[in-house]
Structure formats: C-alpha cells, structure tokens
Design a protein around this ligand. Structure first.
Ligand code: NIG
Ligand code: FE
Length: 440
C-alpha cells in the first residue's frame, strides 16, 4: 500500500458513479438512498470535503488543484465497520476443524476453549507482539475499504490485560491510517477464575473494572471521548440481570453503551439496550417480534441502531440470519458490520459482508451500501462527521475499480478497492493482475 502526499487540495473527478449518501441516516424503508451522481467530483481541502458536484463544473472552477481521475470507477464514502474484535493474539484454526467434526461453538466455549482460548493467548502476549498482530489486521481491513472501525477489548477479562488491549487500540488509532473507535468488552465471557461464580465476575466488572477504566481514561486518553461499554448477553456468557447490572453501572459512569444480543439465544438483550438508550444492539438473530418493534421507535437519545453481522452465521455455518426485512418494516435503523474475530468470523472485509447481506437477508446492494456507511456511522454515534460525502465531513472515501456500484454485492472474493482516501491522504491498493516476478 503506497501513501501519496497529503494534498492540501485534491480534486477527484470523472467518477462513473459518485455515491454521496447525503440524505442523512436511513431508518426503515428509507434505507438504500445512495445520492448517486453520474460523472461526479469531490473537492478535498485539508482533510475535509469542500465540495461535491458535477465534474465539468468542479474541473472548471478548480483548475489548479491536484487531481485524481476516477473515470470508469465508483467513488463512495469509506466503509465504517461498527463491530469488530480487532485486537487478539493467536488463532483458533484447530477449533474450526473441531467444529467441522461436529462440536458446536458453545460446547467448545463451555469446555474452556473458544473465547477463553484466545484470552489465554492474549494475556500471554507481550504488548509489542499484540500490537504487531493487530496492526496487520488493521492494514488489511483498511486495504479492503474500511476507513473507520469500532474495535473491542474482551480477550483479557482482567483489568491489566483489558487495558493492554485498549492501549493497542489507542496506539493504532494514533498511528493511522485506520481510525479506531474503541469499546471496552470486559464482559465478553466468564473467565476461568470465576467459572463457578459468574455473578461475582459481573459484580467485579461493574464495581471495580469500570471505575478503574474511567480513571485510566482520564489519565491516558483525557482528550478522547469515553469508549463504548459492551456486554455479551447470551447463553454461555452473561444473563440478562448481569448484563443489566454492568450496563447500568457503565451508564452511571457516563460511558455510551452497546450490547451483543440474540446471537445464540433470546435473553431479552435487545429490550434492555432500548431501555438503557444504548447506541446499538448487535447480532440480532434470535430477536423476538416485540423487540423488533421496539427498535423502530427512537428513544430519547435517538435510534438504537440494529447492527447485523452476517459473517457470523456464515462463519459458524448456520442458516439463520438477522431478520433484516422485519427490522426495516418496523422502521429500525439497520447497519451492517463484520464482527471480525478469531472464533466465529475472521473476516473484516465489508465488501464480502455486503455480498452476504444481499444473498442471505434479501437486501439490495443499495441498502447494504447505506447500511455499511451512513447507518454504520450512526451505530457509532459519528454520523455528523463520517459516513457520507458532504461538505464539512471528513474526507474518507474509496475509489472502486468497478463501473457500477451494483458490482459490490454481485462480485465477491476479490478486492474491488483501488484507492483509499483517509482524511484527504491517498493510499493506492495493489490491484489484482498487478503481479511481479520475484527472483529468489
Ligand atoms: O461476536 N459473540 C461474542 N463474540 C464474538 C465471538 C468471539 C470469539 O469467538 O472469539 C462474536 O461472535
Ligand atoms: Fe462480536
């Protein structure tokens, strides 16, 4: 990946299709408005979008700016991945093979594997090694078009190891180019030390870890907004009461909230998220009709975004996906994310996520694109700054090597991203077909 100079002023012009996504967040059946301009252009100044319009007009008025010709290409906002577990050590390839031989994900977790096996590897990893392993994934997802990713801790399950993960995320965000929105997921699983007393662990997260995180944040990251706090509310993890306890404490401390709910079982996590005014509820496979109806009703703090993660059932070889059409029918704010993690879905490619959404949840490509950009921004509370191409927003955009946006859902298994622009800086992505003979 080559980075070209950070141009003070840059004009991207002649896009076959420019997707502006400029109409704001898209709840319910409004989903799928791309704001498409043919022969479109975007003027970038000092890392922000200055103007969007027709190429002929912008070329004439800005004849002295540096230019990037996007002829034959689609230009669109960078993808926003609203749910990843980016930071971990090691892999679980052996467990994947065990699942092929018939063991289930939850059986492996109950036997001390699964998330707990990644916890062992992550606790052991030195900071530099964890940083290195995580950076490789950050670069890879950036090269596939993700310009901003939410990223969770959750493989430490003790304060020091959770903070080590958080430190890796803050460091990578500083390094760039991927922008990282951090989430504390100390309640991702019950650690082995507490296997006979999960309630005591939930209590410890609420009354010790969260206040310590808050104090640490004031020392280490005072200029940044507080991270999200998330809980895995599901069979084999935390029950509804434990989840309520943790999220309520987090809310009292001022943290914004997220929740993992209804991946394997319906425990009422979506209703809880709505009652607490969470920013998003994620997974939503086993969600009840009553809860789906709630997601269509904004709370005092706006919609609780419904984040669907189709790579997860696909990665688990399960046939049931988020009831996306019912969520849209109810008026919910649907977003798509990858769930990149070492257990259920080692895939941070949102192009592939879109492909799956189109095939498994009856979404159109236009809906899936909006769900992975502007609505995904809303699932992180950053829709005023990211997720669409509008004057004043951050200049995070993609040039795709396709003449029509519908190639996104239609084609899969190759990277369609040609250029990624992050805060106005241009990164070119090696293209399929550009191979060089390497002499040993
Ligand atoms: O979102 N559900 C909980 N967490 C991840 C899986 C994490 C893992 O298996 O390591 C998920 O699917
Ligand atoms: Fe997850």
């Amino acid at each position: 990946m080559d980075k070209h100079g950070t141009n003070q002023e840059l004009l991207i012009h002649s896009a076959a299709q420019l997707l502006t996504l400029s109409g704001g967040v898209q709840p319910g059946r409004q989903l799928g408005q791309l704001g498409l301009l043919k022969d479109g252009a975007v003027l970038i100044r000092e890392g922000l979008i200055a103007e969007v319009g027709q190429s002929a007009d912008l070329l004439e008025r800005h004849s002295f700016s540096a230019r990037l010709d996007a002829s034959g290409c689609v230009v669109m906002p960078g993808f926003i991945d609203a749910h990843t577990h980016l930071v971990w050590a090691g892999d679980r390839a052996a467990e994947f093979e065990m699942r092929r031989e018939g063991k289930t994900y939850l059986e492996i977790l109950a036997a001390g594997g699964g998330i707990l096996s990644t916890v062992r590897a992550t606790r052991q990893a030195e900071f530099a090694d964890l940083l290195d392993q995580t950076r490789q994934r950050a670069v890879s997802i950036f090269a596939h078009g993700t310009t901003t990713a939410e990223a969770k801790t959750g493989y430490g399950l003790e304060l020091s190891a959770e903070l080590k993960q958080m430190q890796v995320l803050l460091r990578l965000d500083e390094e760039g180019p991927l922008e990282i929105v951090p989430t504390f997921l100390g309640a991702h699983a019950v650690p082995t030390e507490f296997e006979n007393n999960p309630g005591a662990y939930a209590q410890m997260v609420s009354s010790e870890m969260l206040p310590a995180l808050r104090a640490w944040w004031e020392q280490q990251a005072a200029t940044r907004p507080l991270p999200f706090v998330d809980v895995f509310c599901d069979r084999g993890a935390f029950n509804l009461e434990q989840s309520r306890q943790i999220l309520s404490s987090a809310r009292e401390l001022g943290f914004p909230l997220k929740i993992h709910a209804d991946e394997f079982d319906n425990l009422g996590g979506a209703r809880l998220a709505w009652e607490l005014g969470a920013v998003s509820v994620d997974h939503l496979v086993k969600t009840s009709p009553g809860e789906i109806a709630l997601l269509g009703q904004p709370t005092a703090s706006g919609y609780v975004a419904a984040v669907s993660l189709p790579c997860t059932p696909f990665g688990l070889a399960e046939g049931q996906y988020t009831p996306a059409q019912q969520i849209l029918e109810a008026g919910g704010l649907l977003a798509l994310a990858s769930d990149l993690n070492p257990g259920t879905a080692w895939c941070g490619n949102l192009q592939f996520t879109i492909t799956l959404a189109c095939r498994t949840m009856g979404m159109t490509v236009a809906q899936a694109v909006a769900a992975a950009t502007i609505n995904a921004a809303a699932a992180l509370g950053v829709e005023n700054r990211l997720g669409s191409l509008q004057p004043g927003k951050q200049a995070d955009l993609l040039i795709l090597n396709i003449p029509d946006y519908r190639h996104l859902g239609y084609r899969f298994g190759e990277n369609l991203v040609k250029t990624v622009i992050k805060r106005g800086a241009v990164y070119s992505i090696p293209q399929a077909g550009e191979i060089r003979h390497a002499n040993p």
